[in-house]
Design a protein around this ligand. Structure first.
Ligand code: NAD
Length: 439
């Protein structure tokens, strides 16, 4: 099949490379000239494990092309995906649909022959109806059906998630979309990935419900961590045991500095806005957002407390800045609120992140960026693990002790145990495991 993907960001690029790998003929279109020319030269605009090799393989086989020419690419396509951004709208938190509607208008003008237009961008309920209206208005003769096909991939594991999804959801209002969408995903559902057809509005809601539920689950265990600290329990054991209950499940039960990233924060806020528009407030999701915002700032207070209540003039090393490992994405990362608060309190902050420093510099220009965990620890009064990159899981504490001014490790991801730290003479703070801490 011929597929055109409008928007070559995380979702568009990964989806395009994976569809091409299934044997489809894919063109990724973006309006960012620099991005398209870099991609044509094999340079990835994002860090995602395995993506460069997958793109090179499929571009080499001429199944994956990159272009700024939307008109030609859309005219040739059987299925056109919209994968442009839907950030939070400034001021009110509703999803900003201006990119989606602009892309829809451009696509509408370029349609020829029967085409399925599918939205991969995360869009509020009713957006598909509006896209349909735009197409009818701009190109009344277009033979086009609009489907919703939300994407659930996780950054850092995006290719694996795309190729082996828990489910594929396709929301349709016109039966003519079913055949092409089924054909498109044939390699996946033959591999046991369930393909679920729903109404278009249902598919749109499923994506928001899914992200908001996961955000709620993380926030629940973070609150359990706070309670564990107060009552002398161990939140890791609580999470492990409640996760053994199949009704609860073990994923998304790691307590830490709060959720961030390009999706959960903005999607939870957008769902609350939609619900309020329909006069059906979502109190659980509203509370999740508020608790998570507070948590990021509380993490800075935790660091300050561990350092004796005062950080002015002290040096802090931050390990990890991205919102999670294996990505360079800094959007809404908890490190931003933590670093800003510590900076506001007068701390000198050094930081190291394996992939995220170029993006981080845009958000956090005041940090002293280092080329390793050890240089971030140089002369530090505390070292803070903010993001659990694998390379921070086996730090050389003998070396760190010689580098740091004060041997204090604050582990916001609970990746160490007291028994591993104690022999090196470090003080240790973690999250929700008071019995593991070393004063
Ligand atoms: P992104 O910002 O990385 O990429 C969007 C791309 O669209 C940019 O390259 C931009 O230049 C391009 N673009 C914008 N308007 C265009 C137009 N008219 N024509 C051509 N190109 C255009 O965004 P992303 O992270 O890939 O997210 C895209 C959508 O997918 C969002 O709605 C997001 O919520 C959703 N989503 C993201 C993830 C994720 O992990 N990042 C996962 C699931 C769903």
């Amino acid at each position: 099949m011929k597929i055109t993907i409008v928007g070559a960001g995380y979702v568009g690029l990964v989806s395009g490379a994976c569809f091409a790998d299934f044997g489809h003929d894919v063109t990724c279109v973006d309006k960012d000239d620099a991005k398209i020319s870099a991609l044509s030269d094999g340079i990835m605009p994002i860090y995602e494990p395995g993506l460069d090799a997958l793109v090179a393989k499929n571009a080499g086989a001429d199944r994956l092309n990159f272009s700024t020419d939307l008109v030609t690419a859309v005219a040739a396509a059987d299925v056109v995906f919209i994968a442009v951004g839907t950030p939070s709208r400034r001021g009110d938190g509703h999803a900003d649909l201006s990119y989606v509607y602009a892309a829809s208008s451009e696509i509408a003008d370029a349609l020829t022959g029967f085409t399925v237009m599918a939205t991969k961008s995360t869009v509020p309920v009713g957006t598909g109806d509006e896209i349909e209206r735009i197409i009818k208005e701009r190109n009344p003769k277009a033979d086009c059906v609009v489907a919703s096909n939300p994407e659930f991939l996780r950054e850092g594991a995006a290719i694996e998630d795309f190729k082996h999804p828990d489910r594929i959801v396709v929301g349709i209002e016109d039966e003519r979309a079913r055949g092409p969408m089924t054909e498109l995903y044939r390699p996946i559902y033959l591999n046991q990935g369930p393909l679920v057809f729903t109404s278009r509005r249902t598919a749109e809601l499923i994506k928001y419900a899914s992200n908001s539920f996961l955000a709620m689950k993380i926030t629940f265990i973070n609150e359990m961590a706070d309670l564990s600290e107060a009552i002398g329990a161990n939140v890791q054991d609580v999470a492990r045991v409640i996760g053994l209950d199949k009704r609860i499940g073990s994923k998304f039960l790691n307590s830490g500095p709060g959720f961030g990233g390009s999706c959960f924060p903005k999607d939870a806020v957008a769902l609350v806005k939609t619900a309020n528009d329909y006069d059906r407030p979502l109190k659980l999701v509203e509370t999740t957002i508020a608790v998570n915002e507070r948590r990021k700032r509380n993490m800075a207070s935790k660091i300050i407390d561990a350092m004796g209540g005062e950080v002015r003039g002290k040096r802090i090393g931050l390990l990890g800045l991205t919102f999670k490992p294996n990505t360079d994405d800094m959007r809404d990362a908890p490190s931003i609120a933590i670093a800003q608060t510590l900076n506001g309190e007068g701390a000198q902050i050094s930081a190291f992140d394996p992939e995220g420093m170029a993006q981080a510099e845009l958000e956090l220009p005041f940090l002293n960026y280092c080329n390793s965990a050890y240089s971030a620890a140089q002369d530090a009064d505390a070292l803070v693990i903010v993001t659990e990159w694998d390379q921070f899981r086996a730090l050389d504490f003998t070396r760190l002790k010689t580098l740091m001014k004060t041997p204090l490790l604050i582990d916001l991801r609970n990746i160490y145990r007291r028994s591993e730290i104690e022999p090196f003479g470090f003080k240790y703070r973690c999250v929700g495991r008071p019995g593991e801490e070393i004063a």
